[in-house]
Design a protein around this ligand. Structure first.
Ligand code: ADP
Ligand code: MG
Length: 277
């Protein structure tokens, strides 16, 4: 299905008129819930931060799991991405400094799709708000809700790359085709540059045939788009957010942390490195 079209572009990055590089913006998307979008957004962000890069994560899910996983309570947050998207509050006003900089979600965000739906430029609200801070970061990673609604569309319009976490247990290739159709629509109408950067197999259990088969099916269908890194199934990923931290802070020497360090290397080295690995 025209896979070349999906392959990542070269590593050239947009520059400001002063020559400083602008942040590379990556969305984590999959309309299925529980596939490790939030876990992957945070832990890849912290792994990139360990490399000395400046990283912003944006919580675009009204459930606020990313916000919670850095020890903040979305129910008591006064200003959030809702105000940024709907009332055009500068995004800098909702950024909290945690392990990485975090633009927070609150329950209000559930009303953002409806509030935005009648606005002109409703699909570009996030892109516009990020323009003000793109020179301050090397990477902006956006966590999205489990749907392909207006919040996710805003994320895809603002991004150059999409990382698609896929749970190795309940593989849904149909879901991936649906996501790709949405991306095609966005490329045609709103953002010609957005591409799938990689498909990330998560909750991989090397002891089960089922998990191995799921990865085989992925690589048969998506070839070099599948990251080499496999995120294994371990309770560490569920334990860390309870402590308000990434797995890299919670268990820095463990294999769970290393998996996201590996992913960071793949993201930094780009597709070429992956093909020759
Ligand atoms: P999503 O954002 O796609 O809904 P989450 O990142 O919230 O998914 O992950 C869903 C649940 O699975 C969470 O409880 C999380 O802690 C857990 N989880 C994430 N990654 C793994 C993994 N590799 N192994 C086991 N559990 C995981
Ligand atoms: Mg989530």
């Amino acid at each position: 299905m025209g896979l070349m079209r999906l392959l990542p572009r070269s590593q050239e990055r947009p520059q400001t008129s002063r020559g400083t590089q602008l942040a590379r913006v990556i969305a984590f998307a999959n309309q299925k819930g529980g596939v490790a979008k939030t876990t992957s957004t945070l832990n890849l962000a912290v792994a990139l931060r360990e490399q000395g890069l400046r990283v912003l994560v944006v919580d675009l899910d009204p459930q606020g799991n990313l916000t919670m996983s850095q020890g903040l309570n979305p129910d008591s947050i006064e200003r959030s991405m809702f105000d940024v998207l709907v009332h055009r509050l500068p995004i800098s006003e909702v950024i909290h400094e945690r392990e990485v900089d975090l633009a927070v979600s609150s329950i209000d965000l559930a009303g953002a799709e409806l509030a935005l739906s009648s606005q002109i430029g409703r699909e570009r609200a996030l892109e516009k708000s990020l323009n003000a801070v793109k020179a301050d970061y090397d990477y902006v990673l956006i966590d999205t809700p489990p749907s392909l609604g207006l919040l996710t569309i805003n994320a895809l319009v603002a991004s150059e790359g999409v990382i698609v976490p896929v749970q190795c247990e309940y593989l849904s290739l149909r879901g991936l085709v649906q996501l790709e159709n949405t991306l095609s629509m966005i490329r045609e109408n709103l953002n010609p540059h957005v591409k799938i950067m990689g498909i990330l197999p998560t909750m991989f259990d090397g002891r089960t045939l089922h998990s191995k088969e799921a990865v085989e099916i992925l690589t048969e269908n998506f070839g070099p788009l599948v990251f080499n890194t496999r995120i294994r199934k371990t309770v560490r990923y569920a334990e860390a957010p309870v402590k308000g931290s990434s797995v890299l802070k919670y268990d820095p020497r463990g294999p769970a942390a290393d998996a996201y360090r590996d992913l960071a290397k793949e993201v930094l080295n780009g597709a070429q490195a992956r093909k020759h690995a």
